[in-house]
Design a protein around this ligand. Structure first.
Ligand SMILES: Nc1ncnc2c1ncn2[C@@H]1O[C@H](COP(=O)(O)OP(=O)(O)OP(=O)(O)O)[C@@H](O)[C@H]1O
Ligand SMILES: [Mg+2]
Length: 289
């Protein structure tokens, strides 16, 4: 049984450590290696995007990172704890302690107020009601939505709902903010606001892992991990990834070119980042009409 221990939160500390992680799905005769021998270390204070095309294995990988699923083989240490042999209850427990989830479709409960939504993870963590309210309000202030605390989710814009979901993720004081296509349902202006907010949160010391299929969004992180056919074929600074996709080097997959580019043995389509027309200024997410 996995040993439960208190997580130290020190900059540079290893939060995610994966050794030869594989996830295989068997569909009748067909065996799909959705994640194929992934080795990855993510430290406290990083802002990492996991990028890949549809079917490359991102969701599979996110489910493993977030302890929503366990790998078929390999070892995953989350905050130093081995996730591989955990029971469903232990997985739920480590998720509560370590991960704050942000989903594309916000996943807010429609019948609860904004404040009650943000309080929810604290309720699961058995935090007292007065402390829940205080911590949830603090997070709503942080995302600039304290005035909307009594509203229902459907009374808010998409960008506002996503900010509520970020507040909910932060309320549990997680070691890692794990975001799955967090701007996937938003227009480019609102996406820019959410990404700038992630950058601010990262500058404040939060560790962020963001899953996306979009290179231009992936480049907003500090480090990019690229998945192709379930394998990592790039892992390095965003600036280096920008160079690699500009030069079309992922099609060649030459290890010497970027230092961290691995052989894939297959060609890919154009990898140029898309234009988003996103403004570059920084600041808190603003209200959108
Ligand atoms: N539960 C499952 N059973 C069988 N095969 C699966 C299952 N989940 C995923 N796969 C397969 O594993 C591969 C990776 O899927 P995954 O959902 O991780 O891709 P993705 O990168 O998230 O794609 P998208 O961008 O479209 O969401 C695909 O070939 C997919 O068909
Ligand atoms: Mg997916």
């Amino acid at each position: 049984m996995a040993k439960v221990k208190t997580v130290r939160r020190e900059p540079g500390e290893v939060l995610i450590e994966m050794k030869d992680i594989c996830k295989t799905y068997v569909m009748g005769e067909e065996v799909v290696k959705a994640n194929d021998c992934i080795n990855l270390v993510i430290r406290m204070g990083e802002f990492v995007s996991i990028v890949g095309k549809s079917g490359s294995g991102k969701s599979t990988f996110m489910n493993i990172i977030g302890a929503l699923d366990v790998p078929t083989s390999g070892q995953y240490l989350l905050g130093g704890e081995d996730v591989g042999d955990m029971t469903q209850n232990e997985l739920a427990d480590i998720r509560n302690r370590m991960i704050g989830f942000v989903f594309q479709q916000y996943n807010l409960l429609p019948k609860l107020s904004i404040l009650e939504n943000v309080e929810l993870p604290l309720l699961y963590a058995r935090v007292s009601s007065s402390e829940r309210r205080e911590r949830a309000m603090k997070q709503l202030e942080r995302v600039g939505l304290q005035d909307k605390c009594q509203n229902r989710p459907n009374q808010l814009s998409g960008g506002q709902q996503q900010r509520v979901s970020i507040a909910r993720a932060l309320a549990g004081n997680p070691a890692i903010l794990l975001a799955d296509e967090p701007t996937g349902a938003l227009d480019s202006r609102t996406s820019g606001q959410i990404l700038r907010f992630f950058k601010e949160l990262n500058e404040e010391g939060n560790t962020i892992v963001m899953i996306t299929h979009d290179n231009s969004i992936a480049l907003q992180a500090k480090r990019v991990v690229r998945i192709t056919d379930g394998k990592i074929n790039f892992d390095g600074p965003a600036a280096e990834y920008a160079e690699v996709i500009r030069a079309g080097q992922l099609a060649e997959a030459r290890p010497a070119a970027a230092g961290k580019l691995a052989e894939t043995g297959r060609s890919e389509e154009s990898e140029r980042p898309e234009e988003t027309g996103r403004p570059e200024e920084t600041g808190r997410p603003e209200e959108v009409g």
